[in-house]
Design a protein around this ligand. Structure first.
Ligand code: FES
Length: 317
Protein backbone atom coordinates (compact mmCIF):
# COMPACT_ATOMS: atom_id res chain seq x y z
CA UNK A 1 0.00 0.00 0.00
CA UNK A 2 1.17 3.53 -0.76
CA UNK A 3 1.61 5.88 2.15
CA UNK A 4 -0.37 9.10 2.02
CA UNK A 5 2.88 11.03 1.54
CA UNK A 6 3.97 8.82 -1.38
CA UNK A 7 0.54 9.16 -2.95
CA UNK A 8 0.75 12.95 -2.68
CA UNK A 9 4.18 12.95 -4.29
CA UNK A 10 3.06 10.73 -7.17
CA UNK A 11 -0.09 12.60 -8.01
CA UNK A 12 0.83 16.29 -7.65
CA UNK A 13 2.01 17.52 -11.03
CA UNK A 14 2.04 21.33 -10.81
CA UNK A 15 5.17 23.44 -11.39
CA UNK A 16 7.90 22.76 -8.84
CA UNK A 17 6.50 19.48 -7.54
CA UNK A 18 8.75 16.39 -7.79
CA UNK A 19 6.40 14.55 -10.16
CA UNK A 20 5.64 17.75 -12.06
CA UNK A 21 9.38 18.21 -12.62
CA UNK A 22 9.73 14.61 -13.83
CA UNK A 23 6.76 14.89 -16.22
CA UNK A 24 8.29 18.05 -17.67
CA UNK A 25 11.33 16.04 -18.77
CA UNK A 26 9.18 14.37 -21.48
CA UNK A 27 7.22 15.42 -24.53
CA UNK A 28 3.54 15.50 -23.62
CA UNK A 29 0.54 15.16 -25.97
CA UNK A 30 -1.19 18.50 -25.53
CA UNK A 31 -4.18 17.82 -27.79
CA UNK A 32 -5.11 16.22 -31.10
CA UNK A 33 -3.81 18.01 -34.20
CA UNK A 34 -7.36 17.98 -35.54
CA UNK A 35 -8.55 20.18 -32.67
CA UNK A 36 -6.75 23.26 -33.98
CA UNK A 37 -7.63 25.00 -37.26
CA UNK A 38 -5.45 27.59 -39.00
CA UNK A 39 -6.60 31.05 -37.87
CA UNK A 40 -9.27 29.31 -35.77
CA UNK A 41 -10.35 30.07 -32.23
CA UNK A 42 -7.68 29.69 -29.54
CA UNK A 43 -8.30 26.73 -27.24
CA UNK A 44 -7.99 26.57 -23.45
CA UNK A 45 -5.59 23.84 -22.45
CA UNK A 46 -4.90 22.57 -18.93
CA UNK A 47 -1.61 20.66 -18.74
CA UNK A 48 0.34 19.71 -15.61
CA UNK A 49 -1.70 22.22 -13.64
CA UNK A 50 -0.86 25.12 -15.98
CA UNK A 51 -3.53 27.16 -17.72
CA UNK A 52 -2.39 27.45 -21.34
CA UNK A 53 -3.66 28.56 -24.73
CA UNK A 54 -3.20 26.61 -27.94
CA UNK A 55 -3.72 28.06 -31.41
CA UNK A 56 -2.75 27.34 -35.02
CA UNK A 57 -1.51 30.34 -37.00
CA UNK A 58 -2.12 31.26 -40.62
CA UNK A 59 0.80 29.08 -41.79
CA UNK A 60 -0.44 26.07 -39.84
CA UNK A 61 2.15 26.31 -37.04
CA UNK A 62 0.90 25.61 -33.51
CA UNK A 63 1.63 27.78 -30.49
CA UNK A 64 1.17 26.77 -26.85
CA UNK A 65 1.65 29.50 -24.28
CA UNK A 66 0.54 30.73 -20.89
CA UNK A 67 -2.98 32.03 -21.19
CA UNK A 68 -2.25 35.35 -19.43
CA UNK A 69 -0.94 38.13 -21.63
CA UNK A 70 2.48 39.35 -20.40
CA UNK A 71 1.17 42.96 -20.51
CA UNK A 72 -1.78 43.20 -18.11
CA UNK A 73 -2.66 39.53 -17.75
CA UNK A 74 -5.80 39.53 -19.89
CA UNK A 75 -6.53 36.00 -21.04
CA UNK A 76 -5.29 35.31 -24.54
CA UNK A 77 -8.21 32.89 -24.84
CA UNK A 78 -10.21 35.97 -25.86
CA UNK A 79 -7.53 37.02 -28.33
CA UNK A 80 -7.96 37.21 -32.10
CA UNK A 81 -6.02 34.64 -34.11
CA UNK A 82 -5.16 36.60 -37.23
CA UNK A 83 -2.43 36.95 -39.85
CA UNK A 84 0.30 34.90 -38.23
CA UNK A 85 -0.31 35.50 -34.53
CA UNK A 86 -2.63 35.87 -31.59
CA UNK A 87 -3.68 39.44 -30.81
CA UNK A 88 -4.64 40.24 -27.22
CA UNK A 89 -8.10 41.72 -27.03
CA UNK A 90 -7.16 44.23 -24.31
CA UNK A 91 -4.49 46.50 -25.87
CA UNK A 92 -3.78 44.71 -29.13
CA UNK A 93 -0.33 43.26 -28.51
CA UNK A 94 0.23 40.38 -30.88
CA UNK A 95 2.27 37.20 -30.30
CA UNK A 96 3.61 34.61 -32.72
CA UNK A 97 3.65 30.86 -31.97
CA UNK A 98 6.98 31.17 -30.16
CA UNK A 99 5.66 33.89 -27.86
CA UNK A 100 7.50 36.76 -29.54
CA UNK A 101 5.62 40.04 -29.41
CA UNK A 102 5.35 41.07 -33.07
CA UNK A 103 3.04 44.09 -32.80
CA UNK A 104 2.41 46.73 -30.13
CA UNK A 105 -0.20 49.00 -31.65
CA UNK A 106 -1.11 50.98 -28.50
CA UNK A 107 2.39 52.48 -28.19
CA UNK A 108 3.79 55.33 -30.34
CA UNK A 109 6.23 53.96 -32.90
CA UNK A 110 9.19 55.79 -31.34
CA UNK A 111 8.56 54.12 -27.97
CA UNK A 112 7.79 50.63 -29.29
CA UNK A 113 9.52 48.02 -27.16
CA UNK A 114 7.97 44.83 -28.53
CA UNK A 115 11.39 43.25 -29.13
CA UNK A 116 11.82 43.10 -25.32
CA UNK A 117 8.51 41.28 -24.71
CA UNK A 118 8.01 37.55 -24.85
CA UNK A 119 5.05 35.49 -23.72
CA UNK A 120 5.86 32.23 -21.94
CA UNK A 121 5.59 29.69 -24.76
CA UNK A 122 6.55 26.02 -24.94
CA UNK A 123 8.21 24.01 -27.69
CA UNK A 124 5.75 22.24 -29.99
CA UNK A 125 5.95 19.51 -32.63
CA UNK A 126 3.23 17.53 -34.38
CA UNK A 127 3.40 13.80 -35.03
CA UNK A 128 1.14 10.75 -34.99
CA UNK A 129 -1.98 12.95 -34.93
CA UNK A 130 -0.91 14.77 -31.77
CA UNK A 131 0.35 18.21 -30.88
CA UNK A 132 3.23 17.45 -28.51
CA UNK A 133 4.71 20.01 -26.19
CA UNK A 134 7.86 20.09 -24.11
CA UNK A 135 7.41 22.03 -20.86
CA UNK A 136 10.82 21.35 -19.36
CA UNK A 137 13.91 23.49 -19.01
CA UNK A 138 16.32 21.69 -21.33
CA UNK A 139 17.41 23.66 -24.36
CA UNK A 140 17.52 20.41 -26.31
CA UNK A 141 14.40 18.35 -25.54
CA UNK A 142 14.53 14.55 -25.56
CA UNK A 143 13.36 12.39 -28.48
CA UNK A 144 9.66 11.86 -29.02
CA UNK A 145 8.50 8.39 -27.98
CA UNK A 146 8.74 5.91 -30.87
CA UNK A 147 6.06 3.41 -29.91
CA UNK A 148 5.10 1.15 -32.79
CA UNK A 149 1.43 2.13 -32.99
CA UNK A 150 2.44 5.80 -33.23
CA UNK A 151 4.75 5.13 -36.16
CA UNK A 152 2.12 3.47 -38.36
CA UNK A 153 0.43 5.33 -41.23
CA UNK A 154 -2.48 7.38 -39.97
CA UNK A 155 -5.06 5.32 -41.86
CA UNK A 156 -4.05 2.20 -39.86
CA UNK A 157 -4.41 3.86 -36.48
CA UNK A 158 -7.49 4.80 -34.49
CA UNK A 159 -7.38 7.22 -31.59
CA UNK A 160 -10.03 7.60 -28.94
CA UNK A 161 -9.85 10.28 -26.29
CA UNK A 162 -11.77 11.00 -23.13
CA UNK A 163 -11.23 13.01 -19.98
CA UNK A 164 -11.25 11.25 -16.62
CA UNK A 165 -12.02 13.03 -13.37
CA UNK A 166 -9.19 11.44 -11.42
CA UNK A 167 -5.46 11.87 -11.10
CA UNK A 168 -3.13 10.44 -13.76
CA UNK A 169 -1.98 7.60 -11.51
CA UNK A 170 -5.51 6.36 -10.85
CA UNK A 171 -6.15 6.46 -14.58
CA UNK A 172 -2.97 4.52 -15.34
CA UNK A 173 -3.53 1.95 -12.58
CA UNK A 174 -7.03 1.26 -13.78
CA UNK A 175 -5.75 0.87 -17.30
CA UNK A 176 -2.98 -1.58 -16.56
CA UNK A 177 -4.72 -3.61 -13.84
CA UNK A 178 -5.40 -7.06 -15.24
CA UNK A 179 -7.42 -8.23 -12.26
CA UNK A 180 -10.48 -6.17 -13.22
CA UNK A 181 -10.71 -7.82 -16.64
CA UNK A 182 -12.37 -11.00 -15.36
CA UNK A 183 -15.04 -8.94 -13.60
CA UNK A 184 -15.66 -5.63 -15.33
CA UNK A 185 -15.20 -6.80 -18.92
CA UNK A 186 -16.17 -10.47 -18.88
CA UNK A 187 -17.83 -10.69 -15.48
CA UNK A 188 -21.23 -11.41 -17.02
CA UNK A 189 -19.88 -14.21 -19.20
CA UNK A 190 -20.06 -17.88 -18.23
CA UNK A 191 -17.88 -20.65 -19.62
CA UNK A 192 -20.73 -22.16 -21.60
CA UNK A 193 -21.18 -18.80 -23.41
CA UNK A 194 -17.60 -18.59 -24.65
CA UNK A 195 -16.44 -19.87 -27.99
CA UNK A 196 -13.88 -22.69 -27.56
CA UNK A 197 -11.41 -20.76 -29.74
CA UNK A 198 -11.74 -17.48 -27.80
CA UNK A 199 -8.70 -16.63 -25.70
CA UNK A 200 -10.95 -14.97 -23.13
CA UNK A 201 -12.18 -18.39 -22.04
CA UNK A 202 -9.19 -18.75 -19.72
CA UNK A 203 -9.93 -15.42 -18.02
CA UNK A 204 -13.53 -16.59 -17.58
CA UNK A 205 -12.43 -19.95 -16.22
CA UNK A 206 -9.99 -18.43 -13.71
CA UNK A 207 -10.65 -14.89 -12.51
CA UNK A 208 -7.81 -14.87 -9.97
CA UNK A 209 -4.52 -14.83 -11.93
CA UNK A 210 -1.06 -14.91 -10.40
CA UNK A 211 1.56 -12.29 -11.32
CA UNK A 212 5.20 -11.81 -12.24
CA UNK A 213 6.65 -8.28 -12.45
CA UNK A 214 10.02 -6.81 -13.33
CA UNK A 215 11.60 -3.41 -13.81
CA UNK A 216 12.68 -2.42 -17.30
CA UNK A 217 14.76 0.37 -18.79
CA UNK A 218 11.54 2.13 -19.80
CA UNK A 219 9.42 1.45 -16.67
CA UNK A 220 7.98 -1.87 -15.56
CA UNK A 221 6.55 -4.99 -17.15
CA UNK A 222 4.31 -7.61 -15.64
CA UNK A 223 2.50 -10.75 -16.68
CA UNK A 224 -0.69 -12.11 -15.19
CA UNK A 225 -0.85 -15.85 -15.69
CA UNK A 226 -3.25 -18.71 -15.16
CA UNK A 227 -3.71 -22.24 -16.45
CA UNK A 228 -4.80 -22.56 -20.07
CA UNK A 229 -5.22 -25.72 -22.14
CA UNK A 230 -3.55 -28.82 -20.66
CA UNK A 231 0.21 -28.29 -20.53
CA UNK A 232 0.08 -24.57 -21.28
CA UNK A 233 -0.25 -21.29 -19.41
CA UNK A 234 -2.13 -18.16 -20.49
CA UNK A 235 -0.08 -14.97 -19.96
CA UNK A 236 -1.29 -11.39 -20.28
CA UNK A 237 1.68 -9.03 -20.58
CA UNK A 238 1.49 -5.31 -19.84
CA UNK A 239 4.02 -2.49 -19.79
CA UNK A 240 4.23 0.79 -17.97
CA UNK A 241 6.45 3.24 -19.83
CA UNK A 242 7.65 6.53 -18.40
CA UNK A 243 6.10 8.87 -17.72
CA UNK A 244 2.41 7.88 -18.18
CA UNK A 245 2.14 5.36 -21.04
CA UNK A 246 0.71 1.85 -20.84
CA UNK A 247 0.77 -1.03 -23.28
CA UNK A 248 -2.04 -3.29 -22.18
CA UNK A 249 -2.94 -6.78 -23.44
CA UNK A 250 -6.00 -6.25 -25.53
CA UNK A 251 -5.68 -8.94 -28.17
CA UNK A 252 -3.59 -11.71 -29.64
CA UNK A 253 0.16 -11.21 -29.55
CA UNK A 254 0.57 -10.62 -33.29
CA UNK A 255 -2.12 -7.91 -33.14
CA UNK A 256 -0.80 -6.23 -30.05
CA UNK A 257 -0.34 -2.74 -31.48
CA UNK A 258 -1.83 -0.30 -29.01
CA UNK A 259 -0.98 2.09 -26.24
CA UNK A 260 -2.67 4.44 -23.81
CA UNK A 261 -1.41 7.84 -22.74
CA UNK A 262 -2.67 9.11 -19.39
CA UNK A 263 -1.86 12.81 -19.65
CA UNK A 264 -2.15 14.76 -16.39
CA UNK A 265 -4.19 17.92 -16.89
CA UNK A 266 -3.88 18.79 -13.21
CA UNK A 267 -3.91 16.91 -9.90
CA UNK A 268 -7.47 15.62 -10.38
CA UNK A 269 -8.11 15.46 -14.15
CA UNK A 270 -6.51 13.25 -16.80
CA UNK A 271 -6.85 13.23 -20.59
CA UNK A 272 -6.67 9.63 -21.75
CA UNK A 273 -5.74 8.76 -25.33
CA UNK A 274 -6.23 5.17 -26.53
CA UNK A 275 -4.41 4.23 -29.73
CA UNK A 276 -5.32 1.01 -31.52
CA UNK A 277 -4.62 -0.78 -34.78
CA UNK A 278 -7.34 -0.96 -37.41
CA UNK A 279 -5.85 -3.95 -39.22
CA UNK A 280 -6.00 -6.68 -36.62
CA UNK A 281 -5.49 -10.06 -38.26
CA UNK A 282 -8.14 -11.81 -36.16
CA UNK A 283 -11.72 -10.66 -35.67
CA UNK A 284 -12.84 -9.31 -32.34
CA UNK A 285 -14.10 -11.93 -29.96
CA UNK A 286 -17.74 -12.89 -29.89
CA UNK A 287 -19.77 -15.23 -27.74
CA UNK A 288 -20.62 -18.71 -28.95
CA UNK A 289 -23.95 -17.39 -30.25
CA UNK A 290 -22.18 -14.73 -32.33
CA UNK A 291 -23.03 -11.75 -30.09
CA UNK A 292 -20.34 -9.26 -29.08
CA UNK A 293 -19.03 -9.65 -25.55
CA UNK A 294 -20.74 -6.55 -24.11
CA UNK A 295 -17.96 -5.65 -21.68
CA UNK A 296 -15.42 -5.57 -24.50
CA UNK A 297 -17.39 -3.26 -26.75
CA UNK A 298 -18.71 -0.53 -24.46
CA UNK A 299 -20.86 2.08 -26.15
CA UNK A 300 -19.88 5.53 -24.92
CA UNK A 301 -21.42 8.90 -25.55
CA UNK A 302 -19.76 12.25 -25.21
CA UNK A 303 -21.13 15.47 -23.81
CA UNK A 304 -20.82 18.47 -26.14
CA UNK A 305 -17.43 20.15 -25.86
CA UNK A 306 -17.28 23.50 -24.11
CA UNK A 307 -14.47 26.06 -23.97
CA UNK A 308 -13.95 25.49 -20.24
CA UNK A 309 -10.57 24.27 -18.97
CA UNK A 310 -12.18 20.87 -18.47
CA UNK A 311 -14.77 21.06 -21.23
CA UNK A 312 -13.30 18.74 -23.87
CA UNK A 313 -13.93 15.03 -24.42
CA UNK A 314 -16.23 14.51 -21.43
CA UNK A 315 -18.00 11.20 -21.21
CA UNK A 316 -21.75 11.38 -20.95
CA UNK A 317 -22.35 7.76 -20.00
S1 FES B 1 -3.28 42.86 -21.50
FE1 FES B 1 -2.74 42.06 -23.39
S2 FES B 1 -2.16 43.73 -24.58
FE2 FES B 1 -2.65 44.53 -22.66
Amino acid sequence: MLTEAANEMLTRVGPGTPMGNLMREYWIPACLSSELKADGEPMRLMLLGEQLIAFRDTDGKVGIMEHRCPHRCASLFFGRNEEGGLRCIYHGWKFDVEGNCVDMPNVPAAQDFKHRIKAKAYKVVERSGFVWTYMGKREQPPELPSIEIMMLPEEERMTRVHMRECNWFQSLEGDIDTSHFGFLHVGGVEMEDVSPSDMNRWAVADRAPDYKATETDWGTMYAAYRPADPGSVYYRFAHFMFPFITLTPNGYFEDQLACTLNVPMDDTHTMTYNLGWKKKTRPLETLKNGDWIPGLQPQVEYLPNTTDWFGRHRLGT
